[in-house]
Ligand binder design. Structure first.
Ligand code: ADP
Length: 281
């Protein structure tokens, strides 16, 4: 286990039994170090993640169809973008299949909600990342009554069946829900209004969404309770401390990749023969 962790991240951050309304979003479950230790640990574990991802990619190039999919959910300002930039940004971009899901386009609206998701699934050997996902269809859609209850209600079971399918196809799904407090969100939104380099992240509707916080909490709670399964469990990331969120998600990815027990792909040629040929060439 990595330094400063008392419990592996996959256990310490498991969503089972978590009440979001009572969550301490500044906590660092499972990790005993302070920020300096976290930053040091992050550097070490990022190198491990990068090595494992290279192995996954190498195996993919040799025909292995296994992949890993990181699903990122969280309210505005929770830090999803930072995870993509810093955690996913630390691995070889050739091996990353990234997709972000916003308001469905008119074409996407004509299809089943999983249509655009299926199209974006990682290929064999890839580390996929979903910045928002099919879960928006039981979050924003539920909170804003974008479709009637009779339509979103069956989606929990449907999503579980879909993720079972992914597992059957050798995609390891790592689902993380990131939470900041309402105060921390206000601080982050204010920063977006005070810094010219952050204006681009600001959306006036983010302020309106704050009024729906309790409804979102309820929707997130239902999502965790109904779609955290053995094949695709949810992890809850207290995200007021950015360094912890990054470390925790790095750790979850490392632990997921380690369970794949990856080795370098075997040579598909006779090494001695190729060395001889090379000498003569
Ligand atoms: P972000 O806010 O993550 O930077 P965007 O500006 O692209 O990214 O906005 C994403 C928006 O799209 C969010 O408000 C989200 O709730 C919304 N969205 C995502 N999926 C759906 C969906 N299936 N139905 C309705 N709205 C959605």
């Amino acid at each position: 286990m990595a330094k400063y962790w008392t419990t592996p991240a996959v256990e310490a951050l498991r969503a089972d039994g978590v009440r979001i309304s009572e969550l301490d979003t500044s906590a660092t479950p499972g990790f005993t170090g302070d920020k300096a230790a976290g930053v040091e640990s992050l550097a070490e574990r990022t190198a491990v993640l990068s090595g494992l991802q290279e192995k996954l990619y190498a195996n993919g190039r040799s025909g292995d169809k296994r992949s890993v999919l990181l699903v990122l959910q969280g309210m505005d300002t929770a830090g999803k973008g930072g995870i993509v930039r810093h955690v996913i940004g630390s691995v070889d971009p050739q091996g990353v299949d990234h997709a972000a899901f916003g308001v469905p386009t008119p074409e996407e609206k004509r299809h089943h909600y999983l249509w655009r998701i299926r199209k974006a699934l990682p290929r064999g050997g890839q580390l996929g990342v979903f910045d928002r996902s099919h879960y928006e269809d039981v979050l924003v859609v539920r909170v804003h009554d974008l479709v009637p209850r009779s339509e979103w209600e069956p989606r929990y079971d449907e999503i579980n069946a879909f993720e079972q399918e992914l597992a059957d196809e050798d995609t390891t799904v790592v689902k993380v829900a990131m939470f900041v407090s309402l105060d921390e969100q206000k601080r982050r939104l204010r920063e977006r209004l005070e810094r010219p380099d952050k204006y681009w992240k600001f959306n006036p509707s983010d302020i309106d969404e704050r009024a729906y916080w309790p409804a979102y909490q309820e929707a997130y709670q239902a999502m965790l309770e109904r779609t955290s399964t053995d094949v695709a469990p949810w992890y809850v990331i207290p995200a007021d401390r950015k360094w912890f969120a990054r470390l925790a998600i790095t750790e979850l990815l490392v632990e997921a990749l380690e369970t794949l027990d990856l080795d370098w792909p075997k040579a598909g040629f006779d090494i001695q023969e190729q060395l001889r040929r090379l000498e003569q060439a």
